[in-house]
Ligand binder design. Sequence first.
Ligand SMILES: [Zn+2]
Length: 298
Amino acid sequence: MAGRAKAKDELDWSAFPAGAVTRFNRFVCLACIFDVFTKQLRLAPRTAYSDIKRHTPSAAELTGSPPARPYFVSEEKNPRCPYCNSAKRWHARLVTHRIEGGPASDAARRALMKSLPKSAGQFEVLEEKSTRQAVLYDWLDRMGRSFDFDRDDWLAEAARQYLARKQPKTDWGQVFAGIHAVRRSSRLEEGWEVDAGRLFLAPPLYHEVLLVQYLVSRSHKAGGRTFEGRLTVFELLHRLRRSGYLAAEHIEGEDQSALLDSLVAHLAGAEGAVKLRYLVDRREFLEKVKSVYAAYAA
Ligand SMILES: [Zn+2]
């Protein structure tokens, strides 16, 4: 995704568990910002420059969708600002990595933070409290937006992404490159195996994959789509009950929606709060603010 980034500027995330780090790419239009500061607020360019330089956007501005002025997202090589039509030299790339707190990622985060230059505001960290469920819904939402539901290959991709989240130490890209089907195993009680180009998942894992597929596709069209075809919530719950999954995982609920809530809570993992940290890379922003200011002051 980050083809335009210079390799030397990339941070090393290899020590983090997969799924604990999410990357967000944004452009910020400095023409839009300078315009507001100099024309609307009537600040002198020099004052505007020192104010803008210190500015760190909020986590919502850096990660929310869709982004609002002066932020925008573009995959183009030479994008134009969607608000003021300015060219590339007015834009700065802001890369934000969201790190989910937890025993495995906390040590890696501390080591990474120690290695980063911060003296001139090159990197900033924003903190936010969230819940495991909110993080799961956010993950489902982003995954869903990246899928083309008119093609069937998203089903396997949803399975791969869920497995990568659940068992980050396995190279699932490699596993999926060698298979052409995903099946429920009638042999395994836990884990997975590959046999003759097919990935066999133990029933609990398989059912969780169905649930993820249901959740990610249910808002798209009536019901949700899964490896087992289109299912309504009633059919999904019936299937999970009949297979013994609900009893085995101690998932209960008085009615359909309470049951679905319990399933989502189970899928999300441990109850309670999770700390999110947003590491904002401001290096290009600082460089661009300087050159844009020079152009303004000239
Ligand atoms: Zn603009």
